[in-house]
Design a protein around this ligand. Sequence first.
Ligand SMILES: NC(=O)c1ccc[n+]([C@@H]2O[C@H](COP(=O)([O-])OP(=O)(O)OC[C@H]3O[C@@H](n4cnc5c(N)ncnc54)[C@H](OP(=O)(O)O)[C@@H]3O)[C@@H](O)[C@H]2O)c1
Length: 290
Amino acid sequence: MHKIRNPEALEETGSRARADSPEGWAVEVAKARVVTSPQGALDAAATGGVALVTGGGKRLGAALCLELARLGYAVGVVYHQDAEAARRTVDAIVRQGGMARPFRLDLKDPDGADVLLDEASAALGGVPGVLVNNAALFHPTRIDGGSWEELGALFQVNLQGPLWLALRAARRMAAQGGGQIINMGDIWGVRPLAGHAGYGASKAGMIMATQVLARDLAPAVRVNAIAPGAILPPDAASGPEADAYRRMLTRTPLADQAGPEAVTAALRYLLAASYVTGEILRVDGGRWLA
Ligand SMILES: NC(=O)c1ccc[n+]([C@@H]2O[C@H](COP(=O)([O-])OP(=O)(O)OC[C@H]3O[C@@H](n4cnc5c(N)ncnc54)[C@H](OP(=O)(O)O)[C@@H]3O)[C@@H](O)[C@H]2O)c1
């Protein structure tokens, strides 16, 4: 549960700020006033808090950043290579009256996590109370080839890096009174996707890491995962991945609902669900059942 230290600074909207936590702090969904300190650091005490989203520059990550900003969070839009995309997401948030800053992180670099957390805390005006581990690599594992490095990158970016970042962030969250971590899984972490042994295993690992961390970090930090099915097609309109995405939609009972809103709705639920931890929330249009 993310806590807001300065409830008076909130302008409540339809979703009321609540003050029913044991400490009597206001929580969760509240619309914030935008406050920028003279130094240019964003004043998180006057917002819903600070949230970080890895891979936040584009696609699902961008949608998650925009949603967090709408909920009043000052958002750290974390990118790896595409600074331009991160800048576009930041600009979109600022246009809608929110607060955001871009930050670079390579999940393969173990030193990057603390640097990111230090920079984000200083620039956004507070320790992140929400971390969304969204960044990932998605590529096949060829049984007739491929390389050690390719396989290693999948595990580092999809599992080791996010787990490391979660551990580093959780210490700070616990020290400031609490927080929550939301990991992006995949239904291909619980069902086998042919040709993607590395990707599937990395996402399966993320799901187990979510459950173990939920135990280890309770009660200060809630840890949950979203396991999407077909949400967004790959960037390339044709090719094997695009064909696989179309095939998957034909087997998805609620295929017409696919889109980022399905995932942002899950994010809203998990942010507010104060008695939920270790949950793997499938957002797959019923693909799981079919
Ligand atoms: N799209 C779907 O339908 C779907 C379905 C199931 C699960 N998911 C999961 O949902 C999440 C988002 O999916 P998506 O399709 O929107 O993602 P995506 O387009 O593949 O983007 C992933 C992001 O990961 C970042 N990234 C890659 N390597 C990195 C590294 N070494 N360090 C830090 N960041 C790195 C990239 O940042 P830069 O661009 O800045 O390099 C990129 O923006 C992923 O975890 C994915 O597995 C998505």
